[in-house]
Ligand binder design. Structure first.
Ligand SMILES: Nc1nc2c(c(=O)[nH]1)N=C([C@H](O)[C@@H](O)CO)CN2
Length: 118
């Protein structure tokens, strides 16, 4: 299986368990790897034959910007389900991080893997 990826996608959203976090928008950082077969696109050199990372990124940004969750776990699962359903992705690995959320750590968050690798 091949991978189409989006790395270091930064989006502002409302996420967190504390009252002060419910009233602000903070940045989350997303890495997304999506399983696919790139050979049809490699042979045809045509965007219609591949998983369009720009289209996926636009949907992820729209979802995260409009999403309000307490936990990064919930937000990560929302993104994974949307990508798999809307783009027919059979397998993905997603990291959702909150930069600077914990003093002394560059980033905290979750990494999840969903679906079957072909
Ligand atoms: N496993 C998690 N732990 C924590 C989360 C979370 O979403 N998942 N969230 C927080 C707070 O919102 C934190 O990010 C604020 O600094 C704490 N732990």
């Amino acid at each position: 299986m091949d991978i189409v990826y989006i790395r270091d996608l930064k989006v502002k959203t409302t996420v967190g368990i504390f009252d002060w976090e419910r009233s602000i928008r903070q940045e989350v950082r997303i890495d997304l790897e999506m399983g696919t077969d790139i050979r049809p696109a490699a042979d045809s050199d045509c965007i219609d034959h591949t998983l369009n990372y720009k289209a996926v990124a636009k949907r992820v940004i729209a979802l995260v910007e409009s999403n309000e969750r307490e936990l990064v776990e919930a937000m990560a699962e929302d993104i994974a389900r949307m990508v798999m359903a809307e783009f027919s992705v059979p397998w993905l690995r997603l990291t959702l991080g909150k930069p600077g959320a914990v003093r002394g750590a560059r980033e905290v968050g979750v990494s999840i893997e969903r679906g079957e690798r072909g």
